[in-house]
Design a protein around this ligand. Structure first.
Ligand code: SF4
Length: 199
């Protein structure tokens, strides 16, 4: 075995939303744990996945003290361009991995987020103007960053990896429900029929 060509790496990588590894970037009142969602990380480690932490678009664009907001408020040209640029940098990594035969197992993002939702994002039709709290609803649409990432894959003619939505911004779901859903999705994806928890 040539030491120059073979080592211990798994050649399997998962890209995760920033706040899964650092809840300090969540909008206020949405952090579910102090720092890392430890059980999620343990699960990823159990599959020998390398973990790439994507940037947090909302913190970089609006800061940590941002207001709650919604998909329709973020659905503007400037924020879309910003998200596209961030997504493009991540896809550069993925394209490099693809070129050398490494596998990008998935993009793991936060369902319910107006930015990082995969199948669900928050939506408030009549929000805007004077700050006030109004009922928050979820729509079956991706967040702005995930949508721009998907479009960037298409623009480059690349197949996108599977997108997994961890339901962290769906406030009706508990941490343990989020984890159970992820375990099932990952088990399917990795070709295993038993969850890491049961092994
Ligand atoms: S869901 Fe996305 S935008 Fe929201 S805190 Fe996490 S990384 Fe940032």
């Amino acid at each position: 075995m040539s030491l120059h060509k073979e080592d211990a790496r798994s050649k399997k990588i998962i890209f995760v939303s920033n706040c899964i590894l650092n809840a300090n970037n969540k909008v206020l009142e949405f952090a579910r744990y102090p720092g890392v969602f430890r059980e999620v990380l343990d699960l990823l480690v159990s599959y020998d996945l390398g973990v790439m932490q994507m940037p947090c678009p909302e913190v970089l664009y609006m800061g940590n003290q941002r207001w709650w907001t919604s998909r329709n408020l973020y659905d503007n040209v400037g924020y879309r361009r910003f998200c596209r640029e961030l997504a493009s940098r991540e896809i550069d990594y993925m394209e490099n991995y693809h070129r050398i035969g490494y596998s990008v197992t998935a993009v793991l993002s936060c369902d319910g987020s107006p930015t990082c939702g995969v199948t669900l994002s928050s939506y408030c039709e009549n929000w805007g103007g004077r700050p006030k709290e109004i009922p928050r609803t979820l729509v079956e649409k991706p967040g702005v960053y995930i949508e721009e990432m998907t479009d960037e894959f298409t623009a480059r003619g690349l197949n996108a990896p599977p997108f997994l939505g961890l339901c962290m911004d769906d406030r009706d779901k508990t941490n343990s429900q989020c984890l159970d859903e992820l375990e099932s999705s990952l088990a399917l994806l990795m070709g295993k029929h038993i969850s890491a928890k049961e092994e």
